[in-house]
Design a protein around this ligand. Structure first.
Ligand code: NDP
Length: 515
């Protein structure tokens, strides 16, 4: 079992007299910590502390803030074993899932934002292109919002919580992080590490608690970055509307993978298996459904079965001890069971898996479903488990139609031997992030914006927009002093009006020659 220093956790947050949450190891069923379930009054206190700390944090500038976060990157790698064991203990994921997607992503994100934050938020002189403001200086600039609230899910307690705090902090904000009640220990450990690296008190605080704690946070901050389900995202947006607090929402998905007849089937099959089962399928950008062109369907399926049948599942006790870990929550395990049962009741066949795993932990066997269609929840609702439903399609057009037949639009991928065709088809997929001959790893590209279409979200993380959303934008128009008035101001003179507006009409009315 992972060792979790809950004494530190308590000292970071202050144990209130109120209710507690119990944190469980999903791979063993053991309770590993008790933490405060913070009430609204406690969140208000954190907000006061955060607002008090913000001006000095902002005053440190990009270099000063970057120095603390760069130091923290070193801390993270020095303490990698402790961080990984904490993540594994509260999620039940494998050692490799915790290393690659959580630790490596976060190391890369720290490096990226420390290096590029200043460039993205640099003041810019904008070239004048509008006639009536000719001769003026136009400038855009950014200022931190102040206090940012980050609400994270349980599936990636480092990436989808602290990962989103990095650009917010680099932009000069203070942050209150509300991790899922199921996985709060990673955030508390990170807060301790940041304090060791000299992050001033109040700059990043962790609000432990349930959904109500998240709701209270929405009331207190200047912006909410939310990652979680579409249902909760709607609640967060509705509550934020009360105070006109801006929100950025990264929500659920039902990501399709398309395999065309000319694809490298070995590469496509490896990707379908890995990116559907990675993290037990509990990844927002998991491959949730596969469409395969009929001529290669049997070959593709044979390769899938060869690979899935060798997967080892269990509690991860170190490097390469299991490929697929536990289901982090009991509720999620029930959703997976429901989707498989629904598919089978409507005619799907389970080629492998289809049951809870043996033992005390929460496991669901890696499962391959065929003869599936869009009457089944497994093909239309987010399953978020180690399931791989595969559907035979006549051609690329049918695959595209089915891929787009979804309320979600998070990510999608397409495998083909013709990169140009893949590129063309990718643009017809209704998803915010699309890969050709790849999947999921585009999440690691911090330079590339990532955000969902349709019910998968609003706004995006990463890229320039991934830090500008944590800033207030101000535009400046600075005029020269030598003119006492503009030509169109009071008092109007007929001669000036005629000359000015006549000239402008002529200019705007000039048509381009066609053909
Ligand atoms: P939830 O929506 O259940 O919870 C997300 C967070 O919101 C948790 O911290 C939760 O607290 C909190 N919360 C719950 N109710 C409220 C409320 N009324 N007001 C404010 N906060 C609240 O999501 P899950 O934790 O179950 O995460 C899985 C979901 O996240 C999946 O749909 C997945 O696709 C999505 N996700 C999306 C990503 C993306 O980038 N698009 C990335 C990762 C996950 P508590 O847990 O304590 O109840």
């Amino acid at each position: 079992m992972a060792t979790v220093d809950t004494t530190t956790a308590h000292s970071t947050n202050g144990r209130g007299a109120g209710a507690e949450i119990a944190v469980e190891n999903p791979a063993t069923g053991e309770v590993i910590a008790h933490l405060p379930d913070m009430p609204a009054a406690r969140i208000a206190e954190l907000a006061i502390a955060g607002r008090a700390a913000q001006p000095a944090w902002e005053a440190l500038g990009f270099e000063g803030r970057g120095a603390v976060l760069a130091d923290f990157r070193g801390w993270l790698m020095d303490n990698a074993d402790r961080v990984v064991s904490t993540i594994v203990s509260e999620t039940g994921k494998t050692y490799e899932d915790a290393n690659l997607i959580e630790l490596v992503y976060t190391g890369g994100a720290l490096r990226f934002w420390v290096k590029h934050a200043e460039r993205f938020l640099a003041e810019e002189t904008v070239r004048v292109r509008t006639l009536v403001v000719a001769g003026k200086k136009l400038v855009t600039r950014y200022e931190p919002l102040g206090l940012v609230g980050i609400i994270g899910p349980w599936n990636y307690p480092l990436v989808n919580s602290f990962g989103d705090a990095i650009p917010a902090l680099m932009a000069g904000n203070c942050v209150i992080l509300k991790p899922s009640e199921i996985t709060p220990l990673t955030s508390l450990l990170i807060a301790d590490g940041l304090a060791e690296c000299g992050l001033p008190a109040g700059v990043l605080q962790v609000a432990t608690g349930r959904g109500a704690t998240g709701g209270a946070l929405v009331d207190e901050v200047d912006m909410i970055m939310f990652t979680g389900s579409t249902a909760t995202g709607k609640k967060v947006m509705a509550r934020a509307a009360e105070t006109l607090t801006p929100v950025s929402l990264e929500l659920g998905g039902k990501d399709p993978l398309i395999v065309l007849a000319d694809a490298d089937l070995e590469r496509a099959a490896n990707a379908a298996v890995y990116y559907s089962m990675l993290n037990g399928g509990q990844t927002c950008v998991s491959v949730e459904r596969v469409y395969v062109e009929a001529p290669v369907y049997d070959d593709f399926l044979a390769r899938i079965m060869d690979k899935v049948c060798t997967i080892r599942q269990g509690a991860s006790t170190g490097p390469a001890t299991a490929e697929v870990g536990a289901m982090t929550t009991g509720a999620q395990l029930e959703i997976v069971e429901r989707h498989v049962a629904d598919a089978v009741s409507k005619g799907a066949r389970v080629l492998t898996g289809g049951h809870r795993g043996a033992g005390t932990g929460r496991f669901y066997e890696p499962t391959v479903l065929v003869d599936v269609d869009h009457t089944m929840a497994a093909m239309t609702e987010e399953t978020f488990g180690p399931t791989l439903p595969i559907m035979r399609v006549a051609d690329a057009e049918e695959a595209l139609r089915l891929a787009n037949d979804s309320p979600y639009g998070l990510a999608a991928s397409i495998y083909t031997g013709d990169r140009e065709r893949g590129n063309r088809l990718a643009r017809r997929l209704q998803a915010g992030a699309v890969c050709v001959n790849d999947a999921l790893m585009n999440y690691m590209a911090v330079e590339l914006p990532m955000g969902g279409w349709k019910a998968s979200g609003m706004g995006s993380r990463h890229g320039a927009g991934g830090i500008r959303k944590y800033a207030k934008q101000q535009s400046l128009m600075i005029s020269r002093l030598h003119l006492k008035r503009e030509p169109f101001m009071f008092p109007y003179r007929a001669s000036t009006s005629k000359a000015l507006f006549g000239g402008l009409r002529l200019l705007f009315g000039r048509r381009r020659k066609r053909g």
